[in-house]
Design a protein around this ligand. Structure first.
Ligand code: ATP
Length: 366
């Protein structure tokens, strides 16, 4: 296994790229640690596959280097990189049995028969294929075939990394959760470096220790699910993670106060005097609907979604969402909101700014 370092990496599909907009992957450097489970998350077209293909060696970057551990692999072929890959659609040998399919990567490398047999049994057991080991792959459902692909990806213990490209797309929805859990325990047991590409935040957040969020060809944050939720580095992360996402309210900020339409919101940090487009970010969970003091809102609609109610409201010119517990009674004179100051984020030109912590006794809700 190895850490993966991307050094000043950038990629354009154009022969003579000019500005940033010509790059599917804008220049950046990152280190992905050895033995960790990463999810590469972002909407369609943000550059996930481009980045994965550069790591696997299917694509040579326009500039920059890829290192596995200390070794520069930028010019190495996929085979030389010693990685396993699982693709969106199953890749199995139809004429072979499930056992032969799982054993194939090990046979190919001349492993001992005894080792192969034990390893195949173990993988089959962890991924729920034991009962099917003797069956020919040809007649199996696409769910089972994709399980074989996943098993084949995991069967070698000497790979530098395992790359998954949206591997659960063809899997029946009720099986997805089960397979994600199995992949997670396989990771815990074998400790491979894993990179899992998905556009589905639930998949990313439940599978990965660290989620790499991409937006318009850029990695905007690498963080634990908790970090992405609590301290998004970029407005895109706030918006993309969570359902509904973070609310963003245009404000101006001086010191530990945010100002909006003549109202003041007290903050837990001192931000100085930031210039540019300043947004106050707060998740729906940290806004309280009240009758007393606060910012005035107009309620547009209420949506009951089982354990929560989501209240859509307008604060001056900005539409916001507020989350309340299912038992919360919304009364007609509740037309004010308060923010939990500990959970307010401030963004300048789309990027989070971290203020200086101040005495929290000074801060009020609004
Ligand atoms: P998806 O989830 O839809 O696969 P993605 O996040 O994997 O999207 P990429 O496939 O990496 O995104 O695409 C990033 C950008 O590069 C997109 O604008 C896409 O149109 C462009 N692109 C991808 N492959 C090529 C190619 N072979 N030639 C030209 N442009 C490409």
């Amino acid at each position: 296994m190895a850490s993966i370092a991307l050094e000043n990496l950038a990629h354009s599909y154009l022969p003579n790229p000019g500005g940033d907009n010509d790059f599917a992957l804008k220049q950046a450097s990152h280190i992905w640690e050895d033995g960790r489970a990463y999810a590469l998350l972002g909407p369609s077209g943000c550059g996930k596959t481009t980045l994965l293909n550069i790591i696997s060696g299917l694509l040579t970057p326009t500039s920059g280097r890829v290192l596995f551990g200390d070794k520069d692999v930028t010019a190495s072929s996929t085979a030389e990189r010693n990685i396993a890959q699982v693709f969106q659609f199953p890749v199995v040998y139809d004429t072979m049995t499930v056992r032969q399919n799982l054993a194939f990567p090990l046979r190919n490398r001349g492993m001992e028969a005894d080792y192969i047999s034990k390893r195949v049994e173990r993988i089959a057991q962890m991924i729920g294929l034991e009962a099917d080991l003797h069956k020919k792959a040809r007649g199996l459902t696409s769910d089972l075939k994709q399980k074989i692909s996943l098993g084949r990806g995991m069967v070698r213990d000497d790979v530098n990394a395992i790359l998954f490209d949206e591997p659960l797309t063809v899997i029946d929805p009720h099986l997805k959760w089960e397979l994600r859990t199995q992949l997670k325990s396989l990771h815990r047991e074998f400790g491979h470096t894993m990179i899992y590409v998905t556009h589905d935040q639930t998949e990313a957040l439940t599978f990965a220790e660290k989620v790499v969020v991409m937006h318009e060809g850029r990695v905007v944050q690498i963080g634990t699910p908790k970090e992405l939720f609590e301290t998004p580095a970029h407005v895109f992360v706030g918006y993309f993670i969570g359902s509904p996402g973070m609310n963003f309210i245009p404000v101006s900020v001086t010191g530990n106060k945010a100002h909006i339409n003549g109202n003041t919101i007290h903050l837990h940090h001192d931000y100085g005097n930031p210039q540019g487009d300043i947004l106050l970010g707060i998740r729906p969970e940290f806004i309280q609907l009240t009758k007393s003091d606060g910012l005035p809102v107009q309620i547009n609609r209420i949506q009951d979604v089982g354990r929560h109610k989501f209240i859509n409201a307008t604060l001056f010119d900005t539409e916001i969402n507020i989350a309340a517990d299912e038992g919360f009674e919304i009364e007609a004179d509740m037309v004010k909101i308060e923010f939990d100051p500990a959970n307010i984020s401030i963004f300048r030109d789309d990027w989070r700014i971290n203020g200086k912590a101040i005495n929290q006794g000074e801060g009020g809700a609004v």
